[in-house]
Design a protein around this ligand. Structure first.
Ligand SMILES: Cc1cc2nc3c(=O)[nH]c(=O)nc-3n(C[C@H](O)[C@H](O)[C@H](O)COP(=O)(O)OP(=O)(O)OC[C@H]3O[C@@H](n4cnc5c(N)ncnc54)[C@H](O)[C@@H]3O)c2cc1C
Length: 481
């Protein structure tokens, strides 16, 4: 048997696994799919024993030019699903149309309505917990009931019924069959209950399908092309350079590694690797009078949409607020020192959308081309103008909360939401992939994941990128020849 496949999928995180799921639903019984993953399968037991989510040290796999900025991820089977926090807010309709609605940034080449069914599908696959009300249009309810608000969230909901919501989250609020219920202990990176959706506890079975060959510790080096066709990939395994060919090549290696593989393959474009971005995250800690925080039932107990959609987006970034429900936030102890008032505190993360800058980018390191080099020169003025509004936002929150004082306002070093380096669009001159994430010129090369995002939404990226993988796979089988 030759090493030829119908499809090669690079990466076993959300982008690769959600694509594989829908691809296998369409593919004939004799289809052959090769899945290549650079890491090992560090199972939950291994993770808990070793108190880390991967046997690979992330920092050895890329060069970060800016020590002030962190790029967080986990490498190995399941990708960052092994370490993520499970926030799965959908993007708002306006996020897809920033330019046409608000005259800033770029429109996405698809709209909220195009993705709505796929959002619903992805929520079912992840067994998402969420409320009956919602800030965006929905055609079906969340699969699981919402988590319990903290007292802080309950007050905010009472004052702002259309602006404060239970979070959409994959931290289970009821048993799912493979996951326990979230205990709200606030140690999500190493959840002892396996309450959070991961590829391992949700989609591991895909890789046991007889049509699928999974190769771990196989690092893809390049996509091999001839003319306008992808022929396959070269990859390193057991210290040897190997090749596999396929009719379809699917890169799902994340917004850091997708552009690196393409650049190394000589597949160039003016924008490839550029416009790297995340949301601008700011942690806001408020001392309250007589209201206890930290008593919700999961780590993020509320989401605030008060400063998200609206005409203000013409002037400055929109904001999604998270209520952090753990006194053990990973940078600082968030308890108060006064006796009896330890939990009279609200800890919020404000996430602002960023307008991508071309000087924030992923390139190939000149000394060691095996490594991507990440350059980050700062957030956009648009995001900073949003951040400058925080004191006014806190004044608005004070309508619901008895705020004694602002304890701190700090820009965090990462949202862990890496995006934007293989941008999608309708015009091949200003984008690398089309609305179905197919390369504009190489029509059998898909590049999946948040690398395709033309702009950052204030919302978390993973539900959207998972929905896009389902959408891209469906399109392969439904498009006209
Ligand atoms: C601490 C943390 C918390 C987070 N919390 C949230 C959250 O609450 N909500 C949210 O929406 N998002 C969250 N994220 C982000 C989320 O994890 C990512 O958006 C998501 O994992 C991206 O999925 P992906 O499949 O594109 O990439 P990944 O999950 O990174 O998977 C890519 C896979 O490709 C493999 N790979 C890379 N290069 C190669 C190569 N050359 N050859 C073979 N394999 C390769 C990697 O090992 C990895 O398995 C969080 C991330 C972190 C780190």
């Amino acid at each position: 048997m030759t090493d030829h496949y119908d499809a090669i999928v690079v990466g076993t995180g959300f982008a690769g696994a959600f694509f594989l799921l829908r691809y296998l639903q369409h593919a004939p019984p004799k289809a052959r799919v090769l899945v290549l993953e650079r890491g090992r399968n560090d199972c939950k037991v291994w993770q808990l024993r070793n108190r880390r989510t991967s046997s690979l040290n992330t920092e050895e796999f890329f060069i970060n030019n800016n020590p002030e900025k962190e790029w967080l991820m986990s490498l190995g089977f399941g990708g960052s699903s092994n370490t993520w926090w499970g926030g799965v807010a959908r993007m708002m309709p306006g996020d897809f149309q920033l330019q046409s609605r608000y005259g800033v940034g770029t429109d996405w080449p698809l709209r909220y309505e195009d993705l709505e069914t796929y959002y619903g599908d992805a929520e079912v696959i992840m067994a998402v917990s969420g409320p009956a009300d919602s800030p965006m249009p929905r055609s079906r309810p969340f699969p699981l009931r919402p988590h319990r608000f903290s007292d802080t969230d309950a007050l905010l909901k009472k004052t702002f019924p259309d602006g404060w919501f239970h979070p959409a989250t994959t931290r289970a609020s009821a048993p799912t069959g493979t996951r326990g219920i979230c205990c709200g202990a606030g140690i999500c990176e190493l959840c002892p209950h396996d309450a959070n959706f991961s590829i391992s506890n949700g989609l591991r079975r895909l890789h046991d399908d007889p049509r699928v060959t999974l190769r771990l510790q196989a690092t893809v080096e390049q996509v091999e092309t001839s003319g306008d066709l992808a022929r396959g990939v070269s990859y390193t395994s057991d210290g040897q350079l190997r090749r596999a060919t396929a009719d379809l090549v699917v890169l799902a290696a994340s917004a850091l590694f997708n552009p690196h593989i393409l650049l190394r393959s000589g597949i160039t474009h003016e924008l490839l690797g550029k416009r790297l971005h995340e949301q601008m995250p700011v942690d806001v800690c408020l001392n309250l009078r007589g209201v206890k925080g930290y008593n919700g039932s999961t780590i993020i107990s509320g989401n605030g949409y008060l400063f998200y959609e609206g005409e203000h987006r013409r002037q400055h970034a929109a904001c999604l607020i998270e209520t952090w429900n753990s006194p053990f936030n990973y940078r600082r102890a968030a308890l108060r020192a006064e006796r009896g008032r330890w939990t009279e505190r609200a800890f919020f993360r404000f996430m602002f959308d960023d307008l991508p800058r071309a000087d924030n980018k992923v390139t190939v390191n000149a000394a060691n081309p095996h490594l991507p080099e990440v350059t980050f020169n700062g957030y956009s003025d648009y995001a900073q103008r949003g951040v400058d509004r925080i004191p006014a936002m806190v004044d608005t929150l004070a309508k619901a909360l008895p705020i004694e004082e602002i304890e701190s306002i700090e820009v965090a070093r990462s949202t862990s939401h890496i995006q934007g380096t293989v941008v999608m669009g309708n015009d091949p001159a200003t984008s690398v992939v089309d609305r179905y994430l197919m390369h504009h010129r190489i029509r059998n090369l898909l590049v999946l994941g948040s690398s395709a995002y033309p702009t950052a939404s204030p919302a978390y990226p993973t539900l959207t990128l998972s929905a896009l993988s389902l959408w891209a796979a469906d399109h392969l089988f439904t498009r006209s020849a």
